[in-house]
Write a protein that binds this ligand. Structure first.
Ligand SMILES: [Zn+2]
Length: 253
């Protein structure tokens, strides 16, 4: 938990942070979900975004230069998710590494022909347990360009999920929520997506079917980016997510 001394020090640093409200508004202007937050809630989104910047370190991957506007946009996306929770949900890790474009995850090996073997995937983002979040700026910029797509929301959902151990689609639930209801609701949604995928009309990115952790991350993207269709197609999942995130994107303003 955040103790008083830490909070007092953070408040002093916050007052000295050279970021204006206008700079923040410019940085998030093209990301539609931020428009749901108006009035006092918008001020709180701005303030929590600044606190996120104080608590995390941004670094460029390779020789990519991360600008303050990029940091603001990424931080805002992350903070939208915890507006009903608390910034403490992002405790326990420190660094956001931003690559210019899709990247091959570090640790992959190059063979004698110079070919990098990763499990065949170039990544838009990655979240390490108790470690950094890696993001491709091109993919951050592409948020909302395809329905429900948002790599920041995706990776941060993994981070929240990891608070109860591994990223397995079972994040720590609040008092009053029922783990069996959560499990059964998501299991039914999984089957529905499998069925829709077989029929050639998946209502979510079929990448969700990789494993329950990916399902939770992909559906979190949809919850904040395209809540209308999600609520229509999977009302029970929408209800569970609204309880977990303590937000209702369809009815906020
Ligand atoms: Zn993922």
């Amino acid at each position: 938990m955040f103790d008083r001394t830490r909070l007092w020090l953070e408040n002093r640093r916050l007052a000295r942070l050279p970021v204006t409200r206008e700079q923040w508004e410019d940085a998030v202007a093209d990301w539609a979900p931020a428009r749901r937050y108006q009035g006092e809630r918008r001020e709180r989104l701005f303030q929590q975004t600044l606190r996120f910047l104080l608590r995390k370190e941004f670094r460029g991957g390779g020789d990519f230069q991360v600008t303050p506007a990029m940091e603001l946009k990424i931080a805002t996306m992350a903070v939208v998710m915890i507006m009903g929770l608390d910034l403490d949900w992002y405790d326990g890790w420190y660094t956001v590494i931003v690559y210019e474009d899709a990247f091959v995850t570090p640790g992959d090996e190059m063979d004698e022909f110079g070919i990098v073997h990763s499990e065949g995937r170039v990544l838009a983002g990655e979240a390490w347990d108790r470690g950094p979040v890696l993001l491709s700026w091109q993919d951050v910029q592409a948020a909302s360009s395809e329905p429900g797509f948002n790599v920041v929301l995706h990776e941060m959902a993994h981070k929240l999920d990891m608070r109860s151990g591994s990223a397995n689609g079972a994040p720590p639930l609040h008092h009053g929520m029922d783990a069996r209801v959560w499990h059964n609701t998501f299991t039914r949604a999984w089957s529905a997506l499998e069925q829709a995928e077989r029929e050639g009309e998946p209502f979510l990115d079929p990448y969700a079917l990789q494993d329950p952790g990916e399902f939770f991350a992909v559906i979190t993207e949809s919850f904040f980016e395209t809540p209308e269709p999600l609520e229509q197609i999977l009302p029970e999942v929408y209800g569970q997510l609204a309880q977990f995130y303590r937000q209702d994107p369809l009815h906020t303003r």
